[in-house]
Design a protein around this ligand. Structure first.
Ligand code: 5GP
Length: 216
């Protein structure tokens, strides 16, 4: 068989602290044909972040320019900063036949659904509110008011889970990554994702036909 599946974007959204970045990172590390979409943001870089690997860190003027030039397939204001997905990165990955993972917020997920109707949308849930609060408290960079802001955002964003194709509860990282990998495998096997599956089935039928003809 030489069935070929068309690559598609995968959106992973979750309230801050649900663990989506760890899940997305593990998925990309384990699967050579899965790559990250690198967003542009006006948020200042954290100490451990690298320009061009974690984000493209840009100023307001550059972000405005990107919007006006139509370089962003979606963008949104999250926690007071602007974030956007460069269209070129998505197009290049799909062109190479790779599955491209977008770690973005709920507003961005909705825009991606409109731009790429074949995208797969996955929402990550924390196992409990208490665990979410603990995880946010554990992040050195998000102490005090920032933590409260993220918890308020979580309360607002959680109902959006109903708009997604899949829900994964992240009570255990390994299980969550396995669930996500299974979703991708299943999605790649959908009839409508294959390039001309009718032709492939027809080719197989002809091959079987030839064997039968030879026997007669
Ligand atoms: P952080 O500042 O913690 O890296 O990200 C804050 C939030 O912005 C996260 O929910 C993250 O998924 C979201 N985000 C990151 N990049 C993008 C993007 O390109 N578009 C949108 N809409 N959200 C993004």
């Amino acid at each position: 068989m030489s069935l070929r599946a068309t690559p598609f974007p995968v959106v992973i959204a979750a309230p801050s602290g649900a663990g989506k970045t760890s899940i997305a990172r593990a998925l990309v590390e384990r699967n050579p044909d899965v790559v990250f979409s690198i967003s542009a943001t006006t948020r200042p870089a954290r100490a451990y972040e690298v320009h061009g690997r974690d984000y493209y860190f840009v100023d307001d003027r550059e972000f405005d320019r990107m919007i006006e030039a139509g370089e962003l397939v979606e963008w949104a204001v999250v926690h007071g900063h602007r974030y956007g997905t460069p269209a070129a990165g998505i197009a290049a990955a799909l062109e190479r036949g790779e599955t491209v993972v977008l770690d973005i917020d709920v507003q961005g997920a909705r825009q991606i659904r409109r731009a790429f109707p074949d995208a797969v949308l996955v929402f990550i849930l924390p196992p409990s509110g208490a665990e979410l609060g603990r995880r946010l408290a554990g992040r050195g960079s998000e102490a005090g008011p920032e933590r409260i802001r993220r918890l308020e955002n979580a309360r607002r964003e959680l109902p959006a889970a109903a708009e997604f194709d899949y829900i994964i509860e992240n009570d255990d990282l390994e299980r969550a990554v396995c669930a996500l990998e299974s979703i991708l495998v299943a999605e790649r096997h959908r009839w409508r994702r294959y390039v001309d599956p009718e032709a492939e089935v027809e080719r197989l039928r002809r091959e079987v036909d030839e064997i039968l003809t030879r026997r007669e």
